[in-house]
Ligand binder design. Sequence first.
Ligand SMILES: Cc1cc2nc3c(=O)[nH]c(=O)nc-3n(C[C@H](O)[C@H](O)[C@H](O)COP(=O)(O)OP(=O)(O)OC[C@H]3O[C@@H](n4cnc5c(N)ncnc54)[C@H](O)[C@@H]3O)c2cc1C
Length: 380
Amino acid sequence: MEFKLTPEQEMLRDTAREFAEKEVEPRVEEIEKTRKIPEDLIKRLFELGFGGIIIPEEYEGSAAGHLARAIILEEIAYSCPALAFTLQIVHLGQAPLIFHGTKEQKEKWLPDLAKGKLIASCAVTEPTGGSDVMGIKTFAKKENNEYVITGRKCFITNVHLANIHGVLAKSGEDPRHMTFFMIEGDRPGVKPGREENKVGLHGCNTGELILDNVRVPVENVIGVEGKGLRVALTAITNVGRMGVAATGVGIIRRCLDEAVKFANQRVLYGQPISRLQAIQWLISDIYLRYETARLLLHRAAWMIDQGIRADAEVGMVKLTATEGAAECASKLSSILGAYGIMEEYAAQRLLRDAYSLIPAAGTNEIMRIVISRKAFERAT
Ligand SMILES: Cc1cc2nc3c(=O)[nH]c(=O)nc-3n(C[C@H](O)[C@H](O)[C@H](O)COP(=O)(O)OP(=O)(O)OC[C@H]3O[C@@H](n4cnc5c(N)ncnc54)[C@H](O)[C@@H]3O)c2cc1C
């Protein structure tokens, strides 16, 4: 068993760390205030090869894999969770094609997705169908060689940034008959709707996707007609949940560093508060959460890179990293006293960002269900 990163992974981590420190960190205040991620930062993600990190080389991606992806997302999230989340959904938008696309579909779309000429959203959730995916109402009616799709998606990340959308729709009488489509943003009847105001992850846009009698050729179906739920779930599990988790791990590491720095500087009773055992316990809790979540993250990413099914392991890290991020940001806020709720300090932003991660890509109640399935399987 090897716990060391490869030289290539170390190099990627260092590149991501330098990018985050020098180019992202100085812009965080601007992003928080304007609630917009500057276009040049999105462009840089692609210039550095981070946009195409899980796209195979034959389709012009950097093909570094899921562990490398987790490492760079952690680095970016350390400085700006909202930018890491935007990037992770860029990858989620590519995932249905990577896992289930035909050679022709990959050749058609992946090179442009790797370069950032195309950005895809992944639109599954609807007002009537979040955890209960069967509750979605978007319907795709087949007419000869086309589908006509109508519906309204909500809480879709990057929907106002994307120019192509991955969409899950019902497509038959059986409620489980669903099909996954790639829908170009310039097709008549496609338009982003309302933009949401989240408490955290400011700048990372979330909103509605409206589909009004959109005509899509059968060539845009990803995977098998009627089996779209599998396409959506593979992408959400291996890429969406992992990206949420990696963002959480970045938040926890930031909480750790901010906590140690403050505890060493703040003097009470004639000595730094780092000498108080109560503060040491809070810091050791944060450190433990960081190590646990990061190890779970790397193990699950390694499994995905090896092609091993990792639903439960992904559920474990998504739960640990997001609940951990919220807990650690809350502990950081306690250590800071009143400074913990002041806007000049990162603690309040980290807390808001951490809370925003919790329902994303499936709530933690759903993660517990996924984990328990494996627990029961093991026992039989
Ligand atoms: C930041 C962010 C980004 C997102 N980005 C996207 C995106 O890009 N694309 C997309 O399609 N969606 C996206 N979503 C939506 C997200 O996937 C849903 O919010 C999530 O699946 C939960 O659905 P819901 O909000 O409708 O909650 P509901 O499903 O209504 O859940 C309500 C409550 O019931 C609980 N619950 C539900 N079912 C069960 C059960 N069987 N057992 C126990 N408890 C249960 C839930 O855990 C929760 O506590 C995003 C959400 C967030 C917050």
